[in-house]
Each structure stands twice: as structure tokens, then as C-alpha cells.
Design a protein around this ligand. Structure first.
Ligand code: FAD
Ligand code: SIN
Length: 538
């Protein structure tokens, strides 16, 4: 039993673990390898308003707040935005202390180089070239590895949360731990802890085209849902406008390689096949408008012209492109595309889960002792559409705040009520899967359904079609789940179906268009929907 059980090894989970280790024993489990996370794939950077003298002289926390509220389209919780933004400078200090090397200014090495992205009115994005996430993730992993109070367990897949509520208590719902599949030994372990920190990231893999790595299968959201926690705003799935369009990659293994918004921040522009900057028809900020607007403009352009993609012209950057974005340039070259010679073909792809498990500003969920931080959580920072580079910031800030709250309420060593006996894990039939192909086809069907019916532009009819297909998949997944030895593929499919269903149910409830939820049936934003969509399983 650990004082703290952390599920997930991205910025949120590792930031929490490093700080919590000052107070007790910490076990971090992660379903793959430590570096497999959305965090490690982050490119553009982390937004923060630095102290005077280090920041852009025109920038203020008030401006960052205004930009975040504007992108969030009326659904952000202003207090959450203020608190998280005001802790930005502290976050940067902490990451630097843990070894993250952000790029310095060319002309003044005492200052950081600050970039810009869509929706930001000032330069405030700290970065490490175009692999900021890898730099942050690596420094956190190295710091955590050195701490003797932290046990890092790779290949440990959290299947379900264990709560007193699930064991029958109606008056006292609190966390007891999690059932975890050791994917190497195939053993299901009962990992006990009175303090569980869910930091499992998002759910990009619910869509066929996504910028996310394979780990983003909505596990934390689905686990919390099954445990009875409230979830909110899941209709707001953010599509990133510029993923490399790679016609060679089709089918379930299709991958979209992200071309960072920071490239547009430095001057690249989106054009159609005729070279026209079509985004200006939709927003005066053109290629640097907030993501939902740019993604919709591209979707409209593709549908209008029948083209398969639009193009990102990096020629305005000159040499800056290869200096500032070496990873993107090299990766595109490896895909056979030289961005210096031809504009980059791009399409939008599912990128970020703006909603999540409902928490307060201390990361507390509706289940006592269960905290959710990072992309899996819904704090109110993002509203209907996240402002670029605000999520690495949120992950670190919320880790710090959750720990402070746990230390106030249930510090390690403080008596907790006696816990009921936890039953051993109950699994289905021990037969090995003999229908692997059906499991893969179900994955494919789910991701195509979401892509076709629940993406950038929606209608009630499309959403209902998706709901119908998801119901069938849900039945099938139950058979897989109880019929076979559990594998990560089956477990992830179960979570993907649950998460996709929550996205569809939430979208059907919002009879308006706002932020990343746009429906042809209700094209306008409506004041009566100035509230979060909150769902809970009964
Ligand atoms: P993650 O970093 O995704 O970590 C989740 C962890 O949980 C992973 O280790 C995963 O394996 C583990 N996990 C999941 N399920 C289980 C389970 N069942 N059992 C055990 N472990 C589990 N944001 C920015 O602010 N700036 C950027 O520049 C930026 N660029 C991005 C570029 C790309 C390509 C992508 C995909 C995202 C980008 N984002 C960016 C978003 C940002 O990276 C993420 O929102 C953020 O890193 C999420 O951090 P996290 O710690 O919450 O989750
Ligand atoms: C990017 O680099 O474009 C991604 C930034 C983000 O998602 O915050």
C-alpha cells in the first residue's frame, strides 16, 4: 500500500509524484513506458506570464485571462482561469528546477525566448524548440527516478477504481485503490491507497484521425464514470487545425503528425490549392484565430472545394523554420515532404479533450480521496475550447494544488476510517482471445463512427446514428470483456466505447453551437446554454 497512488506518467502525474514524495511513499503506474504520454508529444510550448523584466513588456495576467476566456467561448470558470494563470511563473520555476531547459532569447540569454500561438494576443509561450513536451517529460522522469520515495511501474494498466461506493456503501463514497493489470505477468493486482491521483490524459483515440499517441484512450474518464464520478463538457473535443495530411496512412493505423500552431505563430499561413488565405473569410485574425474557428474554416473549405486537404505555407519564415522547428522539418522529410519546397498538406484532427472528470480548483472529484489532474479533469479552465499551450500549464499547477489540498485534508499518517475488505478481481473466462480480428474491427468501427458523425460539424441526426452504433458496440464489448482473458486492447476498447458514448450524449444535450461543438441544427450560441453539461452514471 502506498500513501499516494498516481495513475499516469505525463506532466500532471509526474509533477504530483515529485512533490508528494516529500510527504510519503508514492507509486506511479503507467500503462506503457514512462515516456508514452501526450505530454511527451507536445510541441509548441507552455504558456506563462513571467515576472516583469522577463515577459513581453505588453503582457499581463489580465491579457492571458482575456485570451483564455475568449477562446473558451463563455464557458470558462473565470476563477479557475485566474488561479491557474497566476501560478504560471511558479510553474516555470518549478520545471526549470527539475531540469527542463527552455530556449533562451538569441539576443539576451538572461531571458527566455517567447513564442506565439493562435488566440494569444502576446508572445508568452516558453518552448524547447519544437519538442517542448519531450524536454519536460524527460526532466520529470529523471527527477522522479532519483527519488527513493517514488516507485515507477511501467506496463501497469489501471482497469478500474475501487471505492466504498462500488462495494456497497451508500453513505460514504471514498477511494480504496485500483485494480491494475500487469501487462507483462498478466496478473491483476489490487493496489490499495486512500489517495488516488488520476492523471491519465485524454481520449484522442476515439477518433480515426488524431494527433494523440496510442495511450490516449479515455481510460481515466471511463473508470471515473463507472465509479460514479461526475463528468462535464465532453462534447467539446478540440480539433487541431494542422496535422500533416499523409495519404499513405489510411485505415485504423492512420496517423496524423502534428505541425505545431507555433509555426503559424512565427508567420506561416494557411492557403487553399489556389494559394488563397481562406481563413481570413471567417475571422480577421486569419491563420492565428483560435483553433475551433480555424479548424471549422478548413473543414468548410475542404467540403466547399472537394479537396482532400489545405496547405500550410512556411515560406514567410525563411530560415527560422528549420532553426525553430527542426523536429517538424526532419519528420516531414522522413515522410517524403520538403516544407521548404512545397506548402505542407494539412487537415484537422482530434487533439484535446476540453471536458473531463469534474474537479474543484484543488483537483477534488465527487469521490473522497480521488483527485483528477491534467487533461482527464475538467477544472473550468478551458470552457468550450482550450487556448493553445494552456494544458501543460494546467497539469503542473493542478498537481501542486491537489497535493496542498490532500495534505490539508488527509495527510499520510492521519487516521482514515476502517475500510471494507476488497474482493479479489473478478475476471471473465480464462480462454485466450480467439476473435482478435473482431476486437480490431470494433476499434475501427468505433473510431470511424466518431470521425464520420461526431467531428467538427455535427447534426442531431448524425449524433443519433453514432449513438445507435455505439450501443451495439457496447453490447459486443461486454461479450469480449467477460468472454476472454483481459488484454489492453479489450480494456481500451471498453473505455473508448464508454468515452465516445459520453461525448455523444453530451453533444446531443447541447442544442446550440459554441467553441468546439458546432451543429448545423442549432448554428447559434444561446445564452440558455451558458453552463457546463454535467453527466453522472446512476
Ligand atoms: P498525458 O501526458 O497524456 O499522460 C497520461 C498518462 O497516463 C500516460 O502516461 C498514459 O500512458 C497513462 N495512462 C492512461 N491510461 C492509463 C491506465 N489505464 N493505466 C495506467 N496508465 C494510464 N499542450 C500544451 O500545453 N502545449 C503544447 O505545445 C501541446 N502540444 C501538443 C502536441 C500534441 C501532438 C499533443 C497530442 C498534445 C499537445 N498538447 C499541448 C496537449 C498536452 O500535451 C496534454 O494535454 C498534456 O500533456 C496532458 O498531460 P497529462 O499529464 O494530463 O496526460
Ligand atoms: C501545438 O504545438 O500546436 C500544440 C499546442 C497545444 O495543443 O497546446
Amino acid at each position: 500500500m502506498s500513501d499516494f497512488l498516481v495513475i499516469g506518467s505525463g506532466v500532471a502525474g509526474l509533477s504530483f509524484a515529485i512533490k508528494a514524495a516529500e510527504h510519503g511513499s508514492v507509486t506511479v503506474i503507467t500503462k506503457g513506458k514512462l515516456l508514452e504520454s501526450n505530454t511527451a508529444w507536445a510541441q509548441g510550448g507552455i504558456s506563462a506570464v513571467l515576472p516583469e523584466g522577463l515577459r513581453d513588456p505588453d503582457d499581463t495576467c489580465e491579457k492571458h485571462l482575456a485570451d483564455t476566456l475568449d477562446a473558451g467561448a463563455g464557458l470558462c470558470d473565470e476563477e479557475a482561469v485566474r488561479v491557474i494563470i497566476e501560478e504560471g511563473a511558479e510553474t516555470i520555476d518549478e520545471l526549470v528546477e527539475w531540469g527542463t531547459a527552455f530556449d533562451k532569447d538569441h539576443d539576451d540569454p538572461e531571458r527566455y525566448s517567447l513564442g506565439k500561438e493562435g488566440g494569444h494576443s502576446e508572445r508568452r509561450i516558453l518552448h524547447a524548440k519544437d519538442t517542448t513536451g519531450r524536454e519536460i517529460a524527460t526532466s520529470l522522469i529523471e527527477t522522479a527516478k532519483k527519488d527513493r520515495n517514488i516507485t515507477l511501474l511501467e506496463d501497469h494498466y489501471a482497469i478500474d477504481l475501487i471505492t466504498t461506493g462500488k462495494l456497497g456503501s451508500v453513505t460514504d463514497d471514498r477511494i480504496l485503490g485500483a485494480y491494475v493489470l500487469d501487462t507483462k505477468s498478466k496478473e491483476v493486482k489490487t493496489m490499495k491507497s486512500p489517495r488516488v491521483i488520476l492523471a491519465t490524459g485524454g481520449c484522442g483515440k476515439t477518433y480515426l484521425y488524431t494527433t494523440n499517441p496510442d495511450s490516449a484512450t479515455g481510460d481515466g474518464l471511463a473508470m471515473s464514470w463507472r465509479a460514479g464520478a461526475s463528468v462535464a463538457n465532453m462534447e467539446f473535443v478540440q480539433f487541431h487545425p494542422t496535422c500533416f495530411y499523409n495519404p499513405a496512412a489510411t485505415g485504423p493505423e492512420a496517423r496524423s503528425f502534428l505541425v505545431s500552431e507555433a509555426v503559424r505563430g512565427e508567420g506561416a499561413v494557411l492557403v487553399n490549392a489556389e494559394g488563397r488565405q481562406f481563413v481570413n473569410d471567417h475571422d480577421p485574425r486569419g491563420s492565428l484565430a483560435p483553433r475551433d474557428i480555424v479548424a471549422r474554416a478548413i473543414d468548410t473549405e475542404i467540403k466547399r472545394t472537394g479537396a482532400t486537404c489545405v496547405y500550410l505555407d512556411v515560406s514567410p519564415l525563411g530560415d527560422t523554420f528549420t532553426e525553430r522547428f527542426p523536429f517538424i522539418h526532419e519528420t516531414l522529410l522522413a515522410f517524403g515532404h520538403n516544407a521548404l519546397k512545397k506548402p505542407i498538406p494539412v487537415v484537422p484532427a482530434a487533439h484535446y479533450q476540453c471536458g473531463g472528470v469534474v474537479t474543484d480548483l484543488q483537483g477534488k472529484t465527487s469521490i473522497r480521496g480521488l483527485y483528477a489532474i491534467g487533461e482527464v479533469a475538467c477544472t473550468g479552465l478551458h470552457g468550450a475550447n482550450r487556448l493553445a499551450s494552456n494544458s501543460l500549464l494546467e497539469g503542473n499547477v493542478m498537481a501542486r494544488r491537489a497535493l496542498a489540498e490532500i495534505m490539508r485534508l488527509y495527510p499520510p499518517g492521519k487516521e482514515t476510517p476502517t475500510s471494507p475488505a476488497i474482493p479479489a478481481w473478478e475476471s471473465g473466462n480464462a480462454a485466450p482471445p480467439d476473435e482478435l480480428v473482431n476486437i480490431y474491427h470494433a476499434w475501427d468501427e468505433l473510431r470511424r463512427t466518431m470521425q464520420d458523425y461526431v467531428s467538427i460539424v455535427r447534426t442531431d441526426n448524425r449524433l443519433r446514428r453514432a449513438a445507435y452504433r455505439l450501443k451495439n458496440l457496447h453490447r459486443e464489448v461486454k461479450e469480449f470483456y467477460w468472454g476472454y482473458t483481459l488484454t489492453p486492447d479489450i480494456l481500451e476498447l471498453r473505455n473508448l466505447v464508454a468515452t465516445a458514448s459520453i461525448i455523444v450524449d453530451s453533444a446531443l444535450l447541447r442544442k446550440e453551437s459554441r467553441g468546439s461543438h458546432h451543429t448545423l441544427d442549432y448554428p447559434d450560441r444561446e445564452a440558455r446554454f451558458d453552463q457546463s453539461t454535467v453527466l453522472r452514471r446512476f
